[in-house]
Design a protein around this ligand. Structure first.
Ligand code: 13P
Length: 294
């Protein structure tokens, strides 16, 4: 159970249920309308919960994109939430926390307060302040102790910073900031692994972080490009609840668009592209056990 008053927050409830049921929930990195439509269709078809992930880039691109995600999540027949991933700028976090959906509730159910580009003490201080701001509005929060290596399209460029593994000791410090979800660094990287053989995860570290968390925060997994289903299962068995996916559900779509842009009508590109993302999401929902859990 989260140590705050956010027990009615939809993202908190969703991940608490996943922890109890020993399954994962997809957090789908969403850059466009096709991805969001595919997420909704897949979740409804599989009766699965899901979290739509937007990067801070989305706010700069257009507030309409956030409105679209929030409306899509609320009108779905199954529980779907909207999460802001890797918000590294306090101004963006303030701005995101103030956006309301048409029903008057916060557009973002959860926000990742990612201060991992600061040294630990500064990270903790800033995280605590921003967590309080989000909690006042009923928004759940996530933080990254240590630093997950690599960078992401749509996130401020911090790719050159060195990764640092999360220690079990850091868990208490971060729980004390009030966060609801914790994204550990245990060998996972953002971006490319350049082959499954290069995925070297410290499972014992993940297990000890989960043990130390004692259910006070839920564990979320970043950096899953190229993960096969068995690695995902090992992570879920060691306490992971939300699983952030990017290329695992988008690579077939990306390839299709690259090969067919200008060759088929735009409507066909969008429809077929949406189908490809939906199919990939559905496969992963079956793999991580969220199918039938909505
Ligand atoms: P990557 O797998 O590309 O890092 O994206 C998923 C993620 O972790 C987003 O935070």
């Amino acid at each position: 159970m989260a140590p705050n008053n956010l027990t009615s927050n939809r993202a908190v409830k969703m991940l608490n249920a996943a922890a109890q049921g020993n399954y994962g929930v997809l957090g789908v990195v969403s850059y466009n309308l096709e991805t969001i439509v595919a997420c909704i269709r897949a979740a409804e078809a599989k009766h699965s919960p899901l979290q739509i992930l937007l990067f801070p880039w989305a706010l700069k691109y257009s507030p309409l994109f956030v409105d679209f995600a929030a409306h899509a999540a609320r009108s779905a027949k199954v529980p779907i939430t909207v999460h802001m991933d890797h918000a590294q700028d306090p101004e963006i976090i303030k701005q995101a926390s103030q956006i309301l959906a048409v029903d008057g509730t916060p557009a973002f159910d959860s926000i990742m307060v990612d201060m991992s580009h600061y040294e630990k003490e500064e990270n903790l201080r800033r995280t605590k302040e921003l967590v309080a701001l989000c909690h006042e509005r009923g928004i759940a929060t996530e933080a990254e102790p240590g630093r997950i290596e690599g960078g992401e399209d749509g996130v401020k460029d911090t790719a050159e910073l060195e990764g640092m593994m999360t220690t079990a000791e850091e868990v208490d410090d971060f729980v004390a900031t009030g966060i609801d979800f914790l994204a550990p660094a245990f060998g996972n990287v953002h971006g490319e692994y350049h082959g499954v053989e290069n995925i070297r995860l410290d499972y014992d570290r993940l297990a000890s972080i989960h043990k130390k968390a004692q259910g006070r925060v839920q564990i979320v997994l970043h950096g899953t490009n190229e993960f096969p289903a068995d690695i995902m299962r090992r992570c879920i068995d060691r306490g992971v609840t939300r699983i952030n996916v990017n290329k695992l559900v988008l690579s077939e779509y990306n390839d299709y668009v690259a090969q067919n842009t200008g060759k088929v009508p735009l409507t066909q590109l969008m429809e077929k592209g949406t189908d490809l993302i939906q199919q990939a999401c559905e496969r992963w929902m079956d793999n991580i056990g969220s199918s039938g859990k909505a």
